[in-house]
Design a protein around this ligand. Structure first.
Ligand code: HEC
Ligand code: HEC
Ligand code: HEC
Ligand code: HEC
Ligand code: HEC
Ligand code: HEC
Ligand code: HEC
Length: 314
């Protein structure tokens, strides 16, 4: 009897597991989304034209193309398109008025949300409100400008590979600062040439691959993991020693999370955190310093003993 009960419980649990994964698959490949991807996921789409009474093929505007692989690998992968966009997009041609529809912003869903409280959305929002982008272009510049609604995935917090995070984060800035069309949607000012503006930095390629734009361009605070207050250009970090010194500012920004974690796990060892990015001047190890001091002391002692022995033997 007991056995039978156990077995039926097992079957029930299994059934539940099966139905849950089936559910998740259904979300991941939501038929509703597939309908949108039929057009927005391919460079050429076709639809039935009622006037011509036949199928017509057209090229999709590249800015309206969405990568389905990236979409199902991001923070909001469980979302249906119509969770954010109007349900009316199910009809094609889309109604022109839909363009005017207000979109939800991060805080609409994340403000006071317990599940994502660790990210401190409210504090990020405060920092963002004081950033150059927001103060100069409050209306048209939103969180979505940097956080692509169809592909943004957290990195700094979760990705073990710091170099990947650096590339990921820098591409967020470069997606606009290196794309005239996107940049000019926001301002009529001429887009500054990023490479030329950083001429003063030696080996720019190495630096851009090893530090993030935000390291030099934001006010670093203890409130959030990723600083969001982009400062006016006059206040950007230009001094080499800010990074190339033993108390490198990188410890307070780029390696912040790693630093906190390994301090908890292993006690604080600078070199263990910086091991995959050797920063000249910043990688001096406290214990090695003591060790080299002891060795130097021993050498002096040996010389004295040697001298004493020679004097004594004479
Ligand atoms: C038959 C092809 C087709 C289907 C299906 C389709 N779209 Fe579109 N969509 C387009 C085209 C083409 C445009 C370009 C502008 C236009 O013609 O309205 C567009 C534009 C858009 C825009 C941008 C509007 C703007 O100008 O800012 C959004 C948002 C959008 N579609 C969402 C969706 C969603 C969500 C779905 C699924 C529910 C969907 N579309 C299904 C073809 C399609
Ligand atoms: C988490 C909310 C969210 C979800 C889910 C979402 N979108 Fe969007 N989408 C947005 C926002 C916000 C914008 C406007 C972005 C901007 O202002 O630059 C946008 C813009 C668009 C555009 C206009 C082009 C562009 O990139 O600006 C298209 C087309 C589009 N979405 C289609 C889709 C399709 C298709 C899906 C589902 C596969 C989808 N969206 C899911 C929030 C979302
Ligand atoms: C329409 C509501 C909505 C909007 C708008 C929205 N989110 Fe979310 N977000 C959610 C929900 C719900 C989750 C929980 C994830 C899930 O269950 O799929 C989430 C999860 C997240 C996560 C956590 C991912 C993880 O793996 O822990 C991050 C980070 C995030 N969102 C950032 C943002 C940012 C940044 C914006 C604005 C640019 C934004 N969200 C806009 C509803 C939203
Ligand atoms: C100028 C670009 C920019 C703008 C604007 C921006 N962000 Fe970010 N945000 C970033 C970058 C870069 C990261 C780092 C991404 C990563 O590696 O996870 C980030 C990370 C985040 C994270 C994850 C931080 C963590 O602790 O893991 C959240 C949450 C977030 N942003 C919310 C917002 C909200 C809310 C807004 C608007 C109020 C906003 N962001 C506007 C660039 C921006
Ligand atoms: C090592 C620090 C450092 C790094 C890394 C860095 N910048 Fe800068 N950036 C500066 C300084 C300092 C200035 C001001 C230069 C001047 O005019 O003297 C500046 C200027 C700028 C300007 C203003 C240009 C103008 O004159 O209008 C922009 C935009 C900019 N940087 C974007 C970026 C982006 C995007 C990245 C990442 C790909 C980046 N920066 C990486 C230090 C840095
Ligand atoms: C969607 C486009 C876009 C994105 C993404 C973007 N920026 Fe900008 N940024 C602008 C525009 C437009 C300006 C010019 C503002 C003005 O002066 O009108 C600007 C100005 C700046 C300036 C110069 C401020 C000054 O004092 O003149 C800096 C520095 C800067 N951005 C850094 C960054 C960094 C760092 C990131 C990534 C975290 C980033 N931007 C992401 C569009 C963008
Ligand atoms: C925001 C932090 C930061 C600032 C500011 C900075 N650096 Fe660096 N620098 C780095 C990092 C990180 C590396 C490590 C690159 C690597 O691993 O090769 C580096 C590497 C270098 C290298 C070696 C390049 C190579 O080919 O390996 C030189 C030389 C250098 N920096 C000089 C300077 C000088 C000179 C300045 C001031 C004008 C400066 N740096 C400002 C962070 C910084």
């Amino acid at each position: 009897m007991k056995k039978l009960l156990l077995m039926s419980i097992c079957v029930l649990i299994n059934l539940q597991l099966v139905s849950r994964t089936a559910d998740e698959d259904a979300i991941a490949h939501s038929p509703a989304n597939s309908k949108c991807f039929n057009c927005h996921g391919r460079p050429v789409y076709s639809y039935y034209n009622e006037n011509l009474e036949r199928d017509v093929s057209k090229r999709m505007n590249p800015y309206f193309l969405i990568d389905s692989v990236a979409y199902y690998n991001q923070n909001h992968k469980s979302f249906e398109c119509t969770d954010c966009h109007s349900y009316d997009y199910n009809t094609f041609p889309h109604d022109n008025d839909l363009q005017m529809e207000p979109m939800p912003v991060c805080l609409d869903c994340h403000e006071g949300d317990d599940a994502t409280a660790a990210f401190s959305f409210e504090k990020i929002d405060q920092e963002y409100q004081q950033s150059v982008h927001s103060t100069k272009h409050s209306g048209e510049f939103t969180c979505w400008m940097c956080h692509n609604p169809h592909s943004y995935k957290i990195n700094a917090r979760t990705n073990e590979n710091i170099k990947e995070t650096i590339v990921y984060d820098n591409n967020i800035c470069l997606s606009c600062h290196a794309d005239v069309n996107k940049y000019q949607l926001i301002t009529s000012k001429e887009k500054p040439n990023i490479i030329k503006k950083h001429d003063w930095l030696p080996d720019q390629i190495a630096h851009f691959a090893h530090v993030r734009c935000i390291e030099c361009h934001t006010h670093v605070s203890n409130n959030v993991l990723v600083a969001h207050q982009v400062l006016p250009k006059e206040q950007a970090v230009k001094k080499c020693v800010e990074c190339h010194s033993q108390n490198s500012m990188l410890m307070a920004s780029l390696y912040k999370f790693r630093a906190k974690e390994s301090r908890n796990r292993l006690g604080f060892v600078n070199s263990s955190i910086l091991k995959d990015a050797y920063v000249i001047g910043a990688n001096r190890n406290y214990y090695l310093n003591i060790l080299s001091g002891i060795i130097a002391g021993l050498v002096v002692l040996l010389i004295i003993i040697h001298a004493l022995l020679r004097i004594l033997s004479k």
